[in-house]
Design a protein around this ligand. Structure first.
Ligand code: G6P
Ligand code: MG
Length: 221
């Protein structure tokens, strides 16, 4: 039986995936690298430094900067990103998310956050939903990022649950891959093009409903 939900944050709970994209796009442009939304799909769920590496590689400029310069570039992107999310409030929750979280708590589901973002706790605070989460996986403590299953395995174990007792929710291809590799039931929010590997796919957060997910879990067994 399902007893817990392990959530991605950016693009699932709030539209911050868009802010990550805008901040990377601006930084890339300064480096004379043009990135578009299609390329950005590969950055979703990927850590700050790994995202920068992918952008530099894409622009064939990965040999141009040393480690210290790369850290300065990543810090610059983060400053821009933080300026974009600094005023988030409850109003920035994606449609249906507040209702879904309330429904989960009413059904005694345990909630974990499994975001690669070091800004996760700050965002949850601003969105006014930090108290709803029983635990937050610390991305700084991970050996491997998504698509490695580690962050979802940790989310389940920090809840005191097995992966089979949890559902993972993601908007990123790397995230769905991570949930599947963990042996957890995966819910994808997005398009079949990107998230075809999800066990259960919905196109928007408005469609999040506990009963539908539990039916899908039962059918997948
Ligand atoms: C999430 C987002 C990525 C972001 C990563 C690190 O996984 O989907 O776009 O790069 O977190 O976020 P941070 O806030 O620590 O730079
Ligand atoms: Mg995401």
């Amino acid at each position: 039986t399902i007893k817990g939900f392990v959530f991605d944050l950016d693009g699932v709970i709030t539209d911050s995936a868009e802010y990550h994209f805008l901040a990377w796009k601006a930084l890339a442009k300064e480096l004379d690298i043009m990135i578009n939304r299609e390329f950005n799909e590969q950055l979703k769920g990927v850590s700050r430094m790994d995202s920068l590496e992918r952008i530099l590689k894409y622009g064939a400029k990965d040999q141009l900067y040393n480690q210290q310069e790369k850290e300065a570039l990543a810090a610059k992107k983060n400053e821009h990103y933080v300026s974009l999310i600094k005023d988030v409030t409850k109003k920035d929750l994606l449609p249906g998310v507040s209702e879904f979280l309330t429904e989960l708590k009413a059904k005694d589901m345990k909630l974990a956050l499994a975001s690669a973002s070091k800004n996760g706790p700050f965002l949850l605070e601003g969105l006014g939903i930090k108290e709803l989460f029983d635990t937050i996986v610390d991305p700084a403590q991970l050996t491997h990022g998504k698509p490695d299953p580690e962050i979802f395995q940790k989310g389940a174990s920090q809840l005191g649950l097995s992966v089979e007792e949890c559902v993972g929710i993601e908007d990123a291809p790397a995230g769905i891959e991570a949930i599947n590799a963990a042996g957890m039931f995966s819910v994808g929010i997005g398009s079949k093009d990107s998230l075809g590997a999800a066990d259960y796919l919905i196109s928007s957060t408005e469609e999040l409903a506990l009963d539908n997910i539990l039916v899908a879990v039962a059918h997948t067994k």
